[in-house]
Design a binder for this molecule. Structure first.
Ligand code: ATP
Ligand code: ZN
Length: 285
């Protein structure tokens, strides 16, 4: 039986969530991430622990079949890879930031200026598209200190909460791209490997879906049942069972996290009682 190999960040912001995703997909890896390789004993998969920057190249060269890496890194490296799944974690954006003291009007202001970054390719493409002629200074770390020490007039870097910018006296003026962790592959896997990948993706999708859904149980007075059911559509439609107490029913359904609080408020207005909300472990639709 063939194996699929997956490149995972050895240690960093993506590591834990990548391993959690495999774990929640029921894939058990032998003794963690301290080695270069780790095979699963219950799924035809082998994890290869790498620096995140190397993952696109490894996947492109077919050293590993798939990889989990930030979309920003995929774009920066520029290999023609296929994103098979967006994973929703390690969300951030890549932005241009200026010293807070500089008035910002438009991107034209960057003409002739020096921009420090660790992502020269994404920046170069963006500057070309927006017809800005700036000088790109590549530095490998701590980009945010470059303006303060006179190395650059602006930076182009990862932003998540923005607190790093603020503590370095910078302000975000232009979002160039949004990023999240993605699973990538180089198309053209063998049919066996493709089949394993489909199985893996099926599980990952079930796990991800379960994360943003909740199971809800509540007691509803029968005279408001129709209205209550309209508020909670459920996967198909809610399950309704009579309670031992006359005139009341138990309603079970699945709610999306996004609309969760709004629906709960509505249900209380309609007289629902004893509302229980339970996490869903897997969700297969
Ligand atoms: P490695 O040692 O593997 O090269 P690294 O230092 O380059 O690690 P991390 O800092 O672990 O990488 O970040 C990995 C990815 O996490 C980034 O490429 C980006 O996609 C994402 N990310 C999300 N939020 C942030 C953030 N606030 N700072 C940095 N990266 C973030
Ligand atoms: Zn890195």
């Amino acid at each position: 039986m063939e194996n699929i190999s997956i490149g995972i960040q050895k240690s960093g912001r993506l590591s834990e969530k990548s391993l959690d995703l495999l774990k929640e997909s029921g894939i058990i890896l032998a003794n963690g991430s301290r080695k270069l390789l780790s095979s699963s004993r219950n799924f035809p998969l082998e994890a290869v622990f790498l620096r995140d920057d190397d993952i696109p190249q490894y996947v492109f060269d077919r050293v590993t079949d798939v990889g989990i890496v930030g979309e920003n890194v995929v774009r920066e490296k520029g290999h023609d890879l296929q994103i098979v799944e967006r994973l929703g974690f390690a969300r951030c954006r890549m932005s241009i930031a200026l010293p807070r003291s500089v008035d910002f009007g438009s991107l034209d202001q960057l003409n002739g200026k020096r921009i420090a970054t660790s992502y020269p390719n994404i920046l170069e493409t963006f500057l070309a598209e927006t017809h800005v002629d700036a000088e790109i200074h590549v530095i490998s770390g701590s980009v945010e200190i470059a303006p303060g020490i006179g190395l650059a007039d602006a930076i182009f870097d990862i932003v998540s909460t923005g607190s790093t910018l603020i503590s370095n006296g910078l302000k975000e003026v232009e979002v160039v791209m949004e990023s999240e962790a993605v699973m990538v592959t180089n198309p053209g896997l063998s049919p066996d490997k493709q089949e394993i990948l489909e199985k893996l993706l099926f599980r990952i999708r079930a796990v991800r879906k379960s994360h943003d859904h909740k199971y809800i149980l509540l007691n509803a007075p029968n005279d408001r049942l129709d209205e209550i059911i309209k508020v909670i559509p459920g996967m198909k439609s809610p399950t309704v069972m009579p309670l031992a107490e006359e005139g009341w029913s138990s309603v079970h359904s699945v709610l999306n996290e996004n609309e969760f609080w709004e629906i709960i408020d509505r249900l209380r207005e309609l007289g629902a009682q004893g509302i229980l909300v339970i996490p869903i472990e897997k969700m297969i639709t």
